[in-house]
Design a protein around this ligand. Structure first.
Ligand SMILES: Cc1cc2nc3c(=O)[nH]c(=O)nc-3n(C[C@H](O)[C@H](O)[C@H](O)COP(=O)(O)OP(=O)(O)OC[C@H]3O[C@@H](n4cnc5c(N)ncnc54)[C@H](O)[C@@H]3O)c2cc1C
Length: 396
């Protein structure tokens, strides 16, 4: 077991796909600085463990850590959550980034005016230990799945936000008009009776990966689907769902709340992170109002003034580009030396920037970057050769 650090230069909170990606990139860009991830549960825990039997459609496209691992899950295969969680755990092991699991960050506290830019992370590790660690720069990659948007009836056993795609023969009420609801319908429709409650007059944009299957399932089994538009749930009384248009649906087995999640968590509010229109307030570089504290991944979904809606951030829509902006800002902050290092002689503060080993010449770096590709090509060539030799040795 690794000892708990008291200081880390670059702290990443959350080990979902984006937290892992961020830590990996930080490690590559700042080899002389210490990087660590703090995760409240197991690695890549949250939504993958909650929805173990649901397929993901697009996550491999941009999350390539490192790219040679793509051969493990081909990009045209939609992995199950459980397969993906295994993959990310493997990625985490391969990357050798220190990850402190079961370490929930509950608050960020500025270290004091004389240490501007440094943050204390207050952590909780079950069953009851709490500890503090100082960090130079913090990337919050805590996702959104811990913070469901509340629905009437939340807390009742029959009102669920997790989808069990194995349900059959049930009378279900499904709330939410986006991709998650459409995806759920592709799994549930053939063998359940669904009442689909929509606030608008039709579903809003459904991802292209989901749309063809959704349309085909609806055209085949549409008899089991009743769409009720322009209304919303007001309450659940025993097995009856009441709607604000006066209608009610009785004999309901389960209500599925696929109405979305919010970026606003206990960590955000306790730390005084500014919010705007239900999302985090973030600068162009995804920095929060706390200097040196950035948001990345689905937590970084922010209000778009032009579109007048939250610009949602998933794995698939260009997070690596967004991380480039964060990296550039961190580099410029370190260049300005806004971070005062003053946390004593702790092994975890690996080195001061001035002690960093001299960077390798670009040509050597480029050659090193080629090594994994050459190794993979050699491995494939070896397999091909072995196949060929087997074939000719079996020839009569
Ligand atoms: C069933 C399903 C299918 C999906 N399919 C796709 C898809 O095909 N393509 C796509 O792009 N997106 C998909 N999504 C959305 C997907 O969840 C996000 O794109 C992705 O998980 C975002 O990654 P993230 O790293 O930002 O956050 P998360 O994966 O949510 O990871 C956040 C991590 O932070 C940890 N954490 C939270 N709070 C704290 C704290 N205070 N301290 C320490 N750790 C904390 C959590 O335990 C978690 O491990 C899907 C979601 C679900 C549920």
């Amino acid at each position: 077991m690794i000892e708990k650090p008291t200081y880390v230069d670059l702290a990443v909170i959350g080990s979902g796909p984006n937290g892992l990606y961020a830590a990996k990139q930080l490690q590559l860009e700042f080899p002389h600085l210490s990087v660590a991830i703090f995760e409240q549960g197991p690695i890549a825990a949250s939504n993958m463990a909650l929805y173990p039997n649901v397929r993901w459609h697009s996550t491999m496209v941009s999350l390539t850590i490192p790219s040679s691992l793509n051969s493990v899950i081909p990009s045209n295969y939609a992995p199950l959550s459980s397969e993906l969680a295994n993959y990310y755990q493997w990625v985490a092991l391969e990357s050798q980034i220190p990850i402190f699991t079961n370490s929930k960050v509950t608050e960020l506290v500025q270290s004091g005016p004389e240490l501007e830019g440094n943050w204390n992370l207050v952590l909780e590790s079950p069953p009851s230990s709490s500890w503090t660690l100082a960090a130079g720069t913090v990337i919050i990659a805590t996702g959104i799945y811990d913070n469901p948007v509340p629905l009437p009836g939340f807390g009742m056993e029959m009102v669920r936000r997790y989808l069990d795609i194995g349900i059959t023969g049930k009378r279900l009420v499904l709330c939410g008009g986006g991709t998650s609801a459409a995806d759920a319908i592709t799994h549930l429709l053939p063998s359940n009776e669904i009442f689909w409650i929509l606030r608008g007059d039709k579903p809003h944009k459904v991802w292209v990966e989901v749309r063809p299957k959704f349309e085909s399932v609806v055209s085949q089994y549409g008899g089991n689907l009743t769409m009720i538009t322009g209304t919303q749930m007001t309450s659940v009384v025993r097995d009856t769902v009441l709607l604000d248009n006066g209608q009610s649906i009785s004999g309901v087995d389960e209500v599925l709340a696929l109405i979305g999640f919010a970026s606003l968590s206990g960590l955000v509010s306790k730390s005084g992170i500014r919010t705007s229109n239900g999302g985090l307030w973030l600068s162009e570089d995804f920095e929060t109002n706390l200097p040196g504290v950035f948001a990345f991944g689905s937590i970084s979904s922010r209000w778009d003034d032009e579109k007048q809606k939250i610009d949602q951030s998933f794995v698939e829509n260009g997070n690596p580009d967004k991380f480039e902006a964060i990296l550039a800002e961190i580099k410029s902050q370190y260049a300005r030396d806004v971070f005062v290092h003053g946390f004593g002689t702790d092994d975890w503060r690996i080195l001061n920037p001035e002690d960093a080993p001299a960077p390798l010449p670009p040509s050597v770096n480029a050659l090193l970057g080629l090594l994994p590709k050459v190794a993979m090509a050699a491995y494939r060539l070896r397999n091909l050769l072995a196949k060929f030799l087997r074939r000719i040795s079996f020839r009569p």
